[in-house]
Design a binder for this molecule. Structure first.
Ligand SMILES: NC(=O)c1ccc[n+]([C@@H]2O[C@H](COP(=O)([O-])OP(=O)(O)OC[C@H]3O[C@@H](n4cnc5c(N)ncnc54)[C@H](OP(=O)(O)O)[C@@H]3O)[C@@H](O)[C@H]2O)c1
Length: 349
């Protein structure tokens, strides 16, 4: 029970901002002394800072000797920007390590065996499902070699993104828009098509209710095959970094449509593990058609705009009903008058 409590604390440390150490996972760690008292804790610092285990063991000091390290992810055994965590664990003299999920990264994995070989008792799998949820984007990116993609949709009840005259601000209410800013703040990058930049001139930053910028800003990405983004566009201001991807950077699958798989490969190479695709309709359709959407967060507003209005998803390559992949509903919430539906790709991502 003490170890489970400690793991819940480690998960809370990791879960407050899972992308904080990107492109590394934001791991949580807790050290219990030999009597089971909490004597140290930590979460992975942004690169090149130390990993959670090292911070927690340093906080525990001598009290960690003979104790237990409880950690959300298997300690790494490789030298990256920091030395192997297994070295720190062995040097601290803890007698037991409990971790939730194994490290799927072939370079870093094998930490558990290194610890066992050094005489440390190792147990795996405590609260593994909870840890897999906290580290979802990072685990996905390691296994699939591309970022975890969330598609955000904000639409009328009948799935329209703008009225017939193009007006689209605001379809959803303040609470839904604030939630959208939390989605941005939790992402490594936010992506939009040049159509949205030209129509709405969005800033694509993460802001709080008062309009203040969040401390960590996602990379802003615009799909802009022919470099049509105006130099004065707000997406190019100095509030955050921006990349404009054009035909010079990524392959086209059709004129004016950069191949989503290549866009994701480019962003993965830049360290992006969690990507938020914000639209517009054409971009949403092309990512869905490519099977490159792992999660959808849809905000549905209580109004109907009708068939003469713009749909929130453009052509998505669905020719017949059975060709439309069904998703699983993984969340349902009311935000004032809007409804927030969260869905995941049917194949489990
Ligand atoms: N309610 C909402 O949530 C919401 C959100 C966003 C936008 N909107 C509305 O949507 C409208 C804009 O729609 P849109 O569909 O024209 O804009 P879009 O999807 O933002 O941009 C489409 C453009 O992006 C470029 N592009 C490059 N690679 C692409 C790819 N793989 N897939 C799709 N596009 C790619 C193409 O232009 P190039 O050929 O120049 O590269 C394409 O014409 C505006 O009226 C805006 O108000 C609503």
């Amino acid at each position: 029970v003490r170890e489970e409590q400690a793991m819940r604390r480690a998960l809370a440390l990791a879960g407050t901002d899972p992308g904080a150490a990107s492109p590394n996972p934001c791991v949580g760690a807790v050290v219990l002394d030999a009597a089971g008292a909490l004597v140290g804790e930590g979460r992975t610092a942004p690169p090149p800072g130390p990993h959670a285990e090292v911070i927690a063991l340093a906080a525990a000091g001598a009290a960690g000797s003979g104790g237990t390290l409880v950690v959300t992810l298997e300690p790494c055994r490789h030298t990256g920007r920091t030395p192997p965590c297994t070295d720190a664990v062995i040097a601290a003299g803890v007698s037991r390590v409990v971790y939730a999920v194994a490290d799927p990264d072939p370079v870093a994995a094998g930490g558990a065996q290194v610890l066992r070989d050094a005489g440390v008792e190792v147990a795996a799998g405590l609260l593994a499902a909870e840890a897999a949820a906290v580290h979802e984007s990072w685990l996905f990116a390691v296994r699939r070699g591309r970022p975890f993609v969330t598609l955000k949709l904000a639409a009328s009840l009948d799935g329209r993104a703008a009225a017939a005259d193009g007006t689209s601000r605001w379809i959803t209410g303040a609470a839904a828009r604030a939630d959208g800013h939390l989605l941005r703040a939790g992402s490594d990058a936010v992506l939009a098509g040049v159509g949205t930049v030209l129509a709405d001139d969005p800033q694509l930053t993460a802001r709080d209710d008062a309009g203040h910028l969040a401390g960590r800003q996602p990379l802003r990405v615009v799909l802009d095959s022919y470099r049509r983004t105006p130099p004065a566009a707000r997406v190019l201001d100095d509030a955050a970094r921006t990349v404009l991807l054009s035909r010079d950077d990524v392959a086209e699958e059709a004129p004016g449509r950069l191949r989503p798989a290549d866009v994701l490969a480019d962003l993965h190479a830049r360290g992006v593990r969690a990507l938020l695709v914000e639209g517009g309709p054409r971009v949403a359709g092309s990512f869905l058609a490519a099977g490159m959407v792992d999660r959808v967060v849809a905000y549905l507003a209580p109004l109907v705009l009708g068939a003469d209005a713009l749909g929130c998803v453009g052509p998505a390559g669905v020719a017949t009903l059975s060709a439309a992949p069904r998703m699983r509903v993984t969340g349902l919430r009311r935000l004032d008058d809007d409804v927030r539906i969260e869905l995941r790709a049917g194949d489990g991502g």
